[in-house]
Structure formats: C-alpha cells, structure tokens
Design a binder for this molecule. Structure first.
Ligand code: CA
Length: 530
C-alpha cells in the first residue's frame, strides 16, 4: 500500500469511550511534540503500537483499555505520556470463585446460508480440506527412518497418485522414556491418537513402530478407536491396525524397513487417490484460531476481524475453536458469562483451575506469558494481551469445551463456538487443535512469524500494514488496513471468510503451503519423563 500523507498525520486508536489510553498507529511511532487531531500533544516519543495517556492519570489510578483495568500506574502520568510496563502494576488474577455462569444471552446470530466449499467427505461424517497420507509413529526412535521413507515416497510414489496432496510423518518426542501410566499421560496419548484421525487424512491409518516402546501400537490406537476403508466391504469396517514394526524378524537390513513402509504407504495412497472433492456446506469447516507474536494491534485489527469471521462461521453452522489458556485466563469472567449453559461455564473453570495448578507446580506466574516481542509491540502485560486475544472468539455463545487432546468427534460436537483448552505456545496449540479435528487454521500475528503446519492449511493474518508489506509473501491477509482506516473490521472479516472457503477448496494455497513451511508437532506432556 502506498504511503499517504494521512499515514504521517499522528493517529491513535482508542478501543472504548471510557479508556484513558490509546495506542499510536503510525509506522515507526511518533516523536515528542507530535500533536493529534484532538489537540493532545505527546510529551515523549511513543513507539508504534504503544499506549499514550489521553488524560492525566494520578499515581494508583487504573489504566483502562478495552473498558477494562489493565493495571494501576506507579507514578503520576500527565496526558501525552508513554504508558508502558515500567509504570504499570499488574492487577491480581481473577479468582475462579463466584464467576458469572451463562449470565449473558449472547446476541441471537441469524443463520448464514448458501456458502459452500469443495471438500473431501469422510465416512465418519467429517470433511477434509486436503488429501494427505499421514504416517503415525509410536515413538521418536523411528523418526529418522520415517523421514527417509517419506522422502522416497514423495519422489517415487506420490507422482503416481495425483489426487493426493502430500505425505506427512507424524513425528514427535513421545513414546518411550515416559511415565506412560501417570494420569496426565492420557493427554499426549490421546493427542497422537486423535491427530491420526484428523479429517485431512481420510481415515487411512498406518503406523510405524519400533517394537520395544512403551507406547505400543495397540495402546495408541486400540481396536474400535478407528475404522479403515476395506476393499472387501462397501463401507467402513473395523480392521486390524496397519503396522510396520522395525524390530520385526522380517526386516533384514535398513532397506527392507524402507520397502515395508513404502509398500504399506502404496496401499493407502491407492485408496486416498480415489477421494474426490465435492461441494459441501460451509458448516463442514472446523476452524482453529490462535495468535502468536502478538502486539498491541492484535486486539485492534486482526483479532477483531477474526472475531467477526468467527461469528460468520458459527452462523453458517461451522465449528470454531479458540484456545490458549494463559491468554484468556484474565478474561475468564467474560467467557463464563458467555457460556451457553452453566455446565459449559463450569467446564471452562475446571480447565482454568487445572492449568493454574499446572503452572503453580512449576512455580510459573502470570508474567511467564508476554514475551519480549509482545512488550516491544506495546503489550504491557498478560491482562492487556488477554483482552486482545479473546476478541478472536467473536460474540457467539460458547457451546462446548474440550480438554487438551480431546476430539470434537469424540465429544459428539459438530458445530458452534468451542473452547479447546490448550497452552498458548503456538506449536502446542496447533498440535492440540489438529487433534481436536481442525481442518483449517487461522493465525494472527503482529510481530510476524512464518508459522505453518504440514497437516492442515494455515491462513496468517497480519495486524499491521508495515508487517504485511515487509512479509508480503508470508502473510495471507492484511488487517492493518483497519487501523489506517482503509478497511473496516467487517470488510476484513468477510475477506477472511471468502479466503477460507477458497483455501478449504484447494482453489488457493496459503503462503505457508506455497513455501512448504511446516513447524513440527509439539505434544503437551504434563506427565513425568522417566
Ligand atoms: Ca499462540
């Protein structure tokens, strides 16, 4: 976007009429002495995305952003001051006692009909947006062998199956050397199980195992936990797990292992190649939203646009998951009040309490979230970050809750706004949303990250035009236009919605897909390592 004189005019964004701070919009920030249209003069330089006091704020008084106190000031701050973490005292965490439960009737959202995409229908009722052969692994020991095999499958087999998009080894660091019977071990185990059943893999499950690992194939995928298509029956039938065991006596030499994996892969590729895209309603989308590398614009531009789009998706009957416990914890009262039922609110409180205890066990406090980059981008603390993060969830009622690693299908959920409890860590959150059944991922970033997943398309939304310009071949949507006044939240929300349908249909690729940028799966394992 070309520089305009308007962009050099000092501009700020205030989120709510009662806020006593606003954030500086201009690229590169503003110098001392800059005067805004309302006559406010900066008494010191303020970087882009950072807060300026709109009025005098006396020591001990609250700084309000999003109509919420994000802390109290440690000294008198005259109007025009830079308000940053050094002058702010963070408020105490909201207690999980006496929270409002399902008290807000979320606005009735009218249905949104007529939107479709071209997807791959699966026998279990889910729909894929990509057609991928996934090779499940039981243990880290086999990763090198699987990588070797995947390289050969891509070079030698994939060209024979033009309807198959990719081959992905589901590699991870779990499987052995872990306390597999500890109560919390259920989280990594069910995560791996449910990722293997992600809609983009078409129900084709093949496993590479070492042989002596704690996480035996039958423990990872017990009989009945999956069904595979069987040529001998018309539909789905329970089948034996398709396992290549490297320690099997049949294997003599490394190449015999590679041959076994390739022969098994060929059978699954044959079936995957028969999948055809067909027109399905937008309700088949299962979208995971998250943010990473956030800045003060995240909650002003990208996340509100994603929130608007979330409402469109929920209206269309789709499923949208928002996550990131530590980034919504400080807004827990907003979430419990928006729950569709008291039971849903209680489930959210249970997840937050579990996570509070998990963090306490590791002596981590709330300052553990907000990175140096967040602070450089203008986010003073986790309260301010949380308010900007929650906006991604839009305005619909929250109708369900998943614990880490659980799947929507396993809980019988096929629509609505869902809170999927996950850490905020980008890779862990993405991994858990894949396990939940995500077939499309939306990721907002202000500082910039090249994040991507091999298992599902990731649409990246930039919070600032400066980032979108510099990273023009990594960012898919520029929400920075909202701060500049050249597009509305609704404009960008609709643009994102249309792009989702195009990407889900395979008509468009995301930049991460174009460059084949993939982050590794990262399991959430709160259980001990042995
Ligand atoms: Ca994140």
């Amino acid at each position: 976007m070309p520089e305009t004189s308007d962009q050099r005019q000092p501009l700020f964004v205030r989120m709510h009429p009662t806020d006593n701070v606003a954030i500086v919009v201009n690229d590169g920030g503003l110098p001392a002495g800059a005067v805004f249209a309302n006559g406010l003069r900066l008494i010191q330089a303020v970087p882009q995305g950072h807060k300026v006091a709109l009025q005098d704020i006396a020591q001990g008084n609250a700084v309000r952003r999003y109509n919420v106190s994000i802390g109290t000031v440690l000294k008198d701050l005259p109007a025009g001051s830079w308000v940053n973490e050094a002058v702010l005292d963070m408020p105490a965490a909201r207690s999980l006692e006496a929270l409002p439960l399902a008290t807000v009737q979320a606005q009735g959202l009218p249905p949104l009909d007529g939107y479709t995409f071209e997807g791959y229908r699966n026998a279990d009722g889910t729909v894929g947006t990509r057609n991928i052969l996934a090779i499940t692994t039981t243990v880290q020991c086999v990763s090198g062998v699987v990588e070797f095999a995947v390289t050969r499958i891509k070079a030698e087999l994939l060209p024979k199956y033009p309807n198959v998009d990719d081959v992905v080894g589901l590699e991870h660091t779990y499987g052995c050397g872990v306390a597999i019977d500890a109560p919390d071990a259920i989280i990594p185990i069910r995560t791996l199980r449910n990722i293997s059943l992600n809609p983009n893999f078409g129900g084709e499950v093949m496993v590479v195992s070492l042989g002596c690992e704690k996480l035996q194939p039958e423990r990872l995928l017990p009989p009945g936990s999956f069904a595979v298509r069987d040529e001998r029956s018309a539909g789905n039938a329970p089948a034996d797990l398709d396992v290549v065991c490297l320690q099997s006596d049949n294997h003599v030499g490394f190449m015999s292992m590679i041959e076994s994996i390739m022969q098994t892969a060929a059978r699954h590729l044959e079936r995957l190649n028969k999948r055809q895209r067909e027109t399905v309603p937008a309700s088949a989308l299962v979208v995971g939203v998250q943010c990473g590398g956030s800045d003060a614009f995240s909650g002003v531009t990208a996340n509100p646009a994603v929130g608007f789009c979330t409402d469109l998706l929920v209206r269309a009957g789709a499923t949208v998951m928002f996550s990131e416990v530590t980034e919504v914890r400080d807004g827990i009262d907003q979430l419990t009040s928006r729950a569709s039922t008291p039971e849903v609110a209680q489930a959210m409180i249970r997840e937050m309490a579990w996570y509070d205890a998990y963090l306490a066990k590791g002596s981590a406090d709330r300052s553990a979230n907000t990175t140096p980059g967040n602070k450089k981008g203008g986010l003073s603390n986790i309260v301010e970050k949380a308010m900007g993060s929650i906006v991604k969830s839009g305005s619909a009622a929250i109708s369900g809750v998943l614990s880490p690693g659980e799947s929507l299908r396993g809980k019988g959920i096929s629509s609505g706004l869902i809170y999927a409890a996950t850490p905020a860590s980008d890779f862990v959150c993405g991994t858990l949303q894949l396990a939940a059944g995500m077939n499309l991922h939306v990721f907002t970033t202000g500082r910039g990250t090249p994040y991507g997943l091999a298992e599902c398309p990731v649409i990246k939304v930039a919070t600032r035009s400066d980032l979108a310009r510099r990273w023009h071949d990594l960012m898919d949507v520029n929400a920075g236009r909202i701060a500049e006044g050249s597009a509305s939240i609704e404009d960008v929300g609709w643009e994102l919605f249309q792009l989702m349908l195009d990407v889900a249909s395979g008509r468009k690729k995301t930049w991460a897909e174009h460059w084949q940028l993939h982050n590794a799966l990262v399991l959430f394992n709160p259980a001990p390592i042995t």
